[in-house]
Design a protein around this ligand. Structure first.
Ligand SMILES: Nc1ncnc2c1ncn2[C@@H]1O[C@H](COP(=O)(O)OP(=O)(O)OP(=O)(O)O)[C@@H](O)[C@H]1O
Ligand SMILES: [Zn+2]
Length: 609
């Protein structure tokens, strides 16, 4: 049977002919992207654009099966596009783009508007949110997907008909109270966090006293009322400062001995004095280095023995072995700081930093009678790594492409009316839990409180000549005419927060649009109703050579909706998939970044042209 006859049979004639004519975009060509592109090519799409900003690394090869060893350092998007050639049975046109999808210069809205459907195969919240917003401006359906270990999810998004990516707040990563980390750890992860975020950071990293963290007095006070505990922590901190000085003016042995003595003996003895802490907890046992000194010296001189310890990363090291590792790591870190490097940051792939954190976390675990972990395990936890599983990616990609074909049931060319299809589509979840390997949930309408989809969005299309000739007054009148705003109720905010017009500020009215600084292609214009009756609309300024249709989107603005703090909160990378990520990690801060769409008018910030 000819290959496309086969496809016709599976999809049916109508869907088949629509698939063949459809141009889609896939964002991300990593773990999910490789699997997904294979599926999309075999679905028979007419044209697929692929965007990825990254190049291939060795660690990608175990699961990103379209890449080979000789592809290392090559562009992911260009490589995947070539790799699928051997099974491109339906002659799908592949158009790769190497670049950041959030780059509005490389990918202006006119570029986005060519796609009928967008598939996300991304690994971060920021890019996901960006694509979600672009889809809202253009009313382009989006298939969102994400995996974390054995968990995975797809979410079909039909803009303004079903929930958008931001409609559900994302699971917040776990955080630990400072005092659990500093005084009363009870799990390996507490000791690992302490070793990485506190000990390593204070000794070797660049310390920014204004940044807060585990030493911030206010933070400590907010976690405990115990005066002794606060005093202890402050003392510990000051002694650490002295220890840091020793890095530069002592030899390796002195530094190591002082380090072990202070961190694993003196600090612990001090904690033991606070009796309230140990009423219902097992007491820690301070480490006495002299008990291990002789063996330590012997092993440090024995290369074979050393190699044996360092060679097995999956073994759980004994106290003595952890001390050996700690000595070698601190010696090496000390040498690096005495040399060229002015500070050292923890990096799971930097052996010295990982060894230091592993050994010090384990020694603390031993003291507090907590399970000791192998270096391999600690690397996963300290690096916030949740292993990526090829099978999870393959299953999720399968669901993503399969569910995407639902779109071809109807002809949306003219209408973009998704009222039926969204009710026939579902989010799908997979997991390793028995009886819950695959579950699904019907799509529901947008969350009224969603910070992203609770305002209307669309394009304001103008030609360069119109931008030059039309005045702001023309635009205000046009907005009133189109959206039924009460007279004098319109307020316009350009970009992040610049008020360019409202009833009390009409200085710009006679200006040409092009003379308003910032009125450029790709900039956002927020239209607010000062009477508080109608919802806001965010317009994406699109300057095009020609626009047949209207200047403004054909939308009926609904009544204004309330947005709450709670609903504008988000954090995890994959949609709704819980992770065991440890916070108190600066890197995670970008994960909680939220783009607030509703800009409060602030006249103070007005720049009069
Ligand atoms: N803003 C962006 N623009 C374009 N591509 C992006 C953007 N953000 C992320 N990506 C791409 O999305 C893909 C996500 O894939 P994946 O989660 O497998 O990540 P990875 O970097 O390949 O693997 P890992 O993070 O596990 O080492 C990556 O190839 C990444 O380059
Ligand atoms: Zn939403």
């Amino acid at each position: 049977m000819a290959k496309d006859t086969y496809l016709k049979k599976i999809l049916g004639n109508d869907r088949y002919s629509r698939v063949r004519q459809t141009k889609i975009l896939m964002v991300g060509a990593g773990g999910i992207g490789c699997e997904l592109l294979k599926d999309l090519v075999l679905t028979g799409y007419g044209e697929i654009h692929i965007v990825d900003l990254d190049t291939i690394t060795l660690s990608n090869l175990n699961r990103q099966f379209l890449f080979r060893h000789h592809d290392i350092d090559k562009s992911k998007s260009l490589t995947v596009a070539k790799a699928v050639d051997s099974f491109n049975y339906f002659d799908t046109k592949l158009v790769p783009h190497h670049g950041n999808i959030m780059d509005a210069k490389q990918f202006p809205i006119t570029w986005w508007s060519q796609f009928s459907y967008i598939f996300n195969a991304l690994d971060n919240l920021e890019a996901r949110r960006y694509v979600n917003r672009m889809c809202l401006y253009l009313k382009t359906p989006l298939m969102e997907s994400g995996t974390t270990g054995f968990d995975g999810q797809i979410q079909p998004i039909y803009p303004y008909y079903s929930e958008c990516f931001d409609c559900q707040s994302k699971v917040t990563p776990k955080t630990f109270p400072v005092c659990t980390i500093r005084s009363t750890p009870s799990q390996p992860v507490h000791c690992i966090t302490w070793a990485k975020e506190f000990l390593f950071h204070q000794l070797f990293d660049e310390v920014d006293s204004s940044a807060g963290g585990l030493n911030d007095a206010a933070k400590i006070k907010s976690e405990t009322d115990d005066k002794d505990e606060i005093e202890n922590m402050t003392k510990e901190f000051n002694e650490l400062v002295d220890l840091r000085k020793l890095i530069f003016n002592s030899d390796a042995r002195t530094f190591f001995t002082e380090l072990v003595n202070k961190i694993f003996k003196v600090d612990v003895e001090r904690l033991l004095l606070i009796e309230t802490l140990w009423k219902s907890r097992q007491k820690p046992v301070p480490l006495i280095i002299t008990q291990y000194e002789q063996d330590l010296i012997r092993i440090l001189d024995d290369q074979t023995e050393l190699q044996k310890i360092f060679g097995d990363e999956t073994k759980v090291w004994s106290t003595l072995e952890n001390l050996v590792i700690l000595f070698k790591a601190s010696e090496s870190l000390q040498r690096r700081l005495q040399g060229e490097e002015s500070f050292l940051s923890f990096d799971k792939d930097d052996e010295d930093t990982l060894n230091f954190v592993t050994a010090s976390a384990n020694l603390r675990s031993i003291i507090f009678n907590i399970e000791v972990k192998s270096k391999f395990d600690i690397k996963q936890i300290a690096g916030n790594i949740i292993p990526a599983i090829a099978t999870t990616n393959a299953i999720i990609s399968g669901f993503s492409s399969l569910s995407g074909t639902n779109y071809f049931k109807y002809d949306f060319e003219e209408t973009q009316d998704f009222s039926r299809i969204y009710q026939e589509s579902s989010s799908i979840f997979i997991s390793i839990k028995p009886n819950k390997y695959i579950t699904s949930a019907s799509l529901v309408g947008p969350n009224e409180r969603c910070p992203t989809s609770s305002i209307a969005r669309g394009l304001l299309k103008l030609t360069p000549v119109e931008v030059k000739e039309l005045s702001l007054k023309w635009l205000v009148d046009k907005l009133i005419e189109q959206y039924d705003y009460a007279d004098e109720a319109v307020a316009l905010i350009l970009g992040k927060s610049r008020l360019i017009y409202d009833v009390d500020f009409d200085d710009n009215l006679e200006k040409r649009l092009g003379d308003l600084s910032g009125f450029t292609d790709g900039e956002l214009l927020m239209v607010q109703d000062d009477d508080g009756e109608l919802e806001s609309i965010e317009l994406y300024i699109s300057i095009v050579e020609d626009h047949e249709s209207d200047y403004l989107p054909q939308i009926k603005l609904g009544p204004k909706k309330a947005i709450t703090e709670e609903s504008s909160n988000g954090s995890s990378g994959a949609p709704d998939v819980a992770t065991d990520t440890i916070v108190i990690d600066e890197e995670d801060e970008d994960l909680v970044e939220v783009t607030e769409p509703v800009v409060k008018k602030r006249k103070i910030e007005v720049e009069v042209l």
